[in-house]
Design a protein around this ligand. Structure first.
Ligand code: IPD
Ligand code: CA
Ligand code: CA
Length: 261
């Protein structure tokens, strides 16, 4: 099992933030029926989680940079290393009391993600990977699925909400993909979608309009689990385009062909 000092810091930090969020999640369930709703409470929980993570990581590694969803990027004294953090991925689920959300922490070195941790506190599932050391969930090694037939495969995606620009492209994808596969899921937390492909639960995933913090930890977990991971646009760049397409090795060419039209 991988166990570098950096990875240990990341795992401990993800668990710490996860514990805080889990407490808040209990409160959110009580707030559903109130007239004001849990909106403000959840924004505060989200910010608090990022603060907890930033403080823990910057204390452990004071020279690294920090790039989180909720705050301004902090440039480190060491310009080659930075943390990429989504303190709460799946906010809409969290807000609605749906038990499917996660903390995502990645470490980037010279522009490459070298370690990643995704923690789902509700299920107590910790997905992690470090370059060259394989991908893991808790004490178990994980690998992508072995399915090679589209008609037996399940894919996950994110659906553009609240008027986001990617709707026409996503509807086209679904029109081509749904008749050819065993189903498409939209669970609402991109970090967990990536982890689930790595663990062989989904056979593939694609989404447009993502940010680096949604994907960074997932990318290394996927690669270490044997997945093929590419930008949707051939020759593109995953972070710059904000798009990702991933699947097990056997299904990837067929899946990519459908999504790329
Ligand atoms: C969102 C989730 C969702 C995806 C959105 C993301 P957030 O992240 O990952 O599954 O479809 O594009 O923005 O806002 O919950 O951190
Ligand atoms: Ca996110
Ligand atoms: Ca978030």
């Amino acid at each position: 099992m991988p166990g570098s000092a950096n990875l240990n810091v990341m795992m401990k930090t993800a668990r710490k933030a996860g514990r805080g969020l889990l407490k808040d999640f209990g409160e959110v369930e009580n707030l559903q029926a109130s007239t004001k709703g849990p909106g403000d409470f959840v924004s505060r929980a989200d910010l608090r989680a990022e603060e907890t993570i930033r403080e823990a990581l910057m204390t452990a590694r004071p020279t690294y940079g920090f790039f989180g969803e909720e705050g301004k990027e902090i440039e480190g004294e060491d310009p080659t290393r930075r943390w990429i953090v989504d303190p709460l991925d799946g906010t809409t689920n969290f807000l609605h009391g749906l038990p499917h959300w996660a903390v995502s922490i990645a470490l980037e070195h010279k522009g490459q993600v070298v370690a990643g941790v995704i923690y789902d506190p509700v299920k107590d599932e910790l997905f992690f990977a470090e370059k060259g050391e394989g991908a893991w969930m808790n004490e178990q090694r994980i690998r992508v699925s072995g399915r090679s037939r589209m008609i037996e495969s399940i894919f996950a995606t994110g659906l553009p909400f609240a008027g986001r620009a990617d709707l026409p492209a996503t509807l086209k994808d679904l029109g081509r993909l749904l008749p050819a596969c065993a189903g498409v899921r939209r669970f609402g937390a991109a970090a967990l979608d990536l982890a689930y492909v790595a663990a062989g639960r989904y056979d593939g995933f694609w989404e447009r309009g993502l940010n680096p913090w949604d994907m960074a930890a997932g990318l290394i977990i996927l690669r270490e689990a044997g997945a093929f991971v590419e930008p949707i646009r051939e020759g593109g760049d995953i972070f710059a385009d904000g798009e990702v397409l991933c699947a097990n090795e056997a299904i990837f060419p067929q899946f990519a062909k459908v999504i790329r039209g």
